[in-house]
Design a protein around this ligand. Structure first.
Ligand code: PLP
Length: 282
């Protein structure tokens, strides 16, 4: 039986309970983070917690605990659950209150976290995944890592129904991002990803990948690209905390490039894995 953490206590997952009046349940009034566990250690948890602090601030929610405490809890969940490669999920909701859209300022946030194993270094998806193009039906504050995610649920369900791994969300022909990932293309040796704005989440993996690309003098431009440009690209890939860097080898019915992981994608995935190994070696 796995152990999770809820409102200050470690308990078996089956014993963790949230009220039906929790605003996370009633309104999706909450924010969350997902950090990778690699070699048994949290990866970039400080960056994830900094983004959590920002998300909390943007929706006027107090921090449920210090980031040091949350860091300790997250690492402890990875360790006690014997996770070598996997993830820790952390969610903060506005808390329990009588149902009313405006929130009482005195309500105490609910907070919980759990860990799961997942293959990261030896991910079978590193051979290449397919994506399905869907309209981006989300709200105007995609920079907040909110738990209100019905649009992504439907986008990723449509992607799965189409036999693909991820949604490629687009608005007016421009790619915004994946259902739960940042999207990139490579054309004529230049790597492109959308610039930060309220249209996309500031991916932690995106930031790290940009830094790695700069380190090795890989030409990179932060510019939005169209679905047509993605389809005509030499390479396409996605990034996320629990996928690292994954090649996209098909967009709906169109094979990308020659249908195999391209050199830029592979180089970036290797660089990402090297960094992850280095950072988590104790
Ligand atoms: N974009 C969206 C909409 C996401 O949900 C995620 C991750 O869940 C990402 C991008 C990638 O962000 P990160 O690299 O921090 O995992």
């Amino acid at each position: 039986m796995r152990t999770c953490w809820i409102n200050g206590q470690f308990v078996p997952e089956s014993e963790a309970k949230l009220s039906i009046f929790d605003r996370g349940v009633l309104f999706g009034d909450g924010v969350y983070e997902v950090a990778a566990v690699f070699q048994g250690r949290l990866l970039d948890a400080d960056l994830h917690l900094a983004r959590l602090t920002r998300s909390l601030g943007e929706i006027g929610m107090p921090a449920p605990a210090s980031n040091d405490t949350l860091l300790e809890v997250m690492q402890s969940l990875a360790t006690t659950n014997g996770i070598d490669e996997g993830l820790v999920y952390l969610q903060v909701t506005r808390g329990e209150a009588e149902r009313d859209f405006p929130f009482p300022t005195t309500v105490k946030p609910s907070v919980f976290a759990y860990a799961r194993p997942k293959k990261l270094s030896d991910d079978p998806n590193a051979a290449g995944v397919a994506v399905h193009v869907v309209p981006d039906l989300r709200w105007a504050r995609c920079d907040i890592k909110s738990t209100s995610m019905l649009a992504q649920v439907l986008a990723k369900q449509a992607a799965r129904a189409a036999g693909t791994f991820e949604a490629m969300m687009q608005e007016d022909g421009l790619v915004t991002e994946g259902g739960s990932s940042t999207l990139w293309i490579v054309k004529d040796g230049v790597t492109y990803t959308r610039p930060l704005s309220s249209d996309i989440l500031a991916g932690i993996t995106r930031d790290v990948a940009i830094a790695l690309a700069i380190d090795v003098s890989m030409p990179l431009v932060q510019r939005a690209f169209t679905v047509d440009q993605a389809v005509a690209a030499d390479e396409c890939f996605l990034t996320s905390a629990t996928s690292f860097v994954l090649p996209i080898t098909r967009i709906d019915d169109t094979v990308v490039g020659n249908g195999t992981p391209g050199p830029v994608t592979q180089r970036l995935r290797e660089a990402y894995l090297d960094r992850a190994r280095r950072l988590t070696t104790v």
